[in-house]
Design a protein around this ligand. Sequence first.
Ligand SMILES: [Fe+2]
Ligand SMILES: [Fe+2]
Length: 546
Amino acid sequence: MTAALVPAPRQTRRHAPVRSAADLLREARARERAASIPEAIACYEAAIAAAEAAGAQAVLAEALRRLAVVRHLRGESADARALCRRSHAVARQAGTDVLAGEALNTLGGIDLETDAVADARQNFLRALALAGQSRELRARVEQNLGIVANIQGDFDEAVARYRRSLEAYRASNDEHGCAIAYHNLGMASADCQQFDEAERYFQQSYEIAKHASDAYLQGLCLVNHAKVHVVRGRYQDARQNAEAALAVFEQVGVGSAKADAYRVLGMVYRETGRPALAESRLRTAIELAVSAGSTLNEAEASRELAILYQGMGRNQEALTLLNAAHARFGRLDARVELVHVDGKVAELEATYRAVVREWGQSFESIDPYTYGHCERVAGGSVAIARALGMDEQAQTTVRIGAYLHDLGKVRLPHGILGKPGPLTRDEFEVVQMHPIWGVELLEGVEFPWDIKPIIRWHHERYDGTGYPDRLRADEIPLSAQIVGIADVYDALTTARPYRPAFSRAAALAKIEDRRESWSKAVYGAFCASVAQPGAAGAVVNLQQHA
Ligand SMILES: [Fe+2]
Ligand SMILES: [Fe+2]
């Protein structure tokens, strides 16, 4: 009994400073909520000093962590990280795992917003290991791990993490937390193309958000559900949802979210054959995204407008928009927009290829004999580029250039293309203009890939006998030589109005006769590429021709 009384006076002596540290912490939080940041920082620092003096480890850990958040928001992230680490060390020493986990969760959040996503993941995983008995912390950490997985493009893991987060929010009766988890589950499920689940999640999130009067979350659920309706071809539902979302966002006043809703409306009008309305909605989406500074929404809306223009035959405008979107996606900050940037860029490049391929095919239709020419030249050119060991970027350049290499032929007078007989000298002079016209048609269109040299110089020859500029040897860019040889091979192996198609062997023999037209490297890579099984049809015995 006596022994038990011994520490009492000491406790009493420490009681006042402990309370004052806790009071200071409460005051700091109140000032932070009132946006009095310098005062909040002073209070947090006083709370830290008082807690140190009193040996109040839990208050100390909490004050250090909250001060870290404020410092981070002021852009002092190095200080913020140091504070988190100290908070973690203090909490561990005091044996309060949950507070240690909170410190790591905050540290991960700072990593996510400033530096490496991989570091964030590590810290969140460490936080999760410490969160054991705290459902609240586990719910938030799993949510953060879901966001990291989403940014890294691992949508299955994102779904699994969000589900665990949802369970933890449910167990701690946090309805609003559940609503956010449902919404994120909807997004990740849609990314995984699990549309039934996505719709269910958006609906559940919407119900809770409505009940909790969270207008912004209601709007997000409506617009993201609308995107699923568009994918599933339910345009009427999509339009209703997007319009309802727009009404909500008008009230809340979030420009980037409004841009998203306008984009969905534009897509609906485009897909239901109302191009003028589609154009107006998509233009509005771009303007709103620009003024809200939302790079992601601007890039996405530009891509959708490009698809509309392509459908209307406005190909130059489509390409200009796709180029703009490509540049925007290149500047996207995954941490800010919470998106998998590589996946978005790959998606855009697929759209780009589709637009360019269709444009290439549209001018093939002028001359039935060249049907499929662009596609075959593109395939052949990429195979040669691969044989030369060129990287993905260079292969894409060659592919896009090949689709558009004969673009200038749209200006050829009727009757020259597909003429049933060899061309006269005058006619051939006109034909020789097509590389120049092709580049002219793309004037003002800036591409992410350097394709204009391919269009202008695909008829140049290594020995200086080509056109239009009679370039020689390595004055001719490699990409133009590649498309040039693939072009000749396809022309030889295709029937013309005045001659049948050459057999593969005969075409290769003809190319061998003209091998001075290309550098040794390009000729060699061409031979290697056509020798690949399936590259351009049957396997060729090169021994006979090389
Ligand atoms: Fe050509
Ligand atoms: Fe061609």
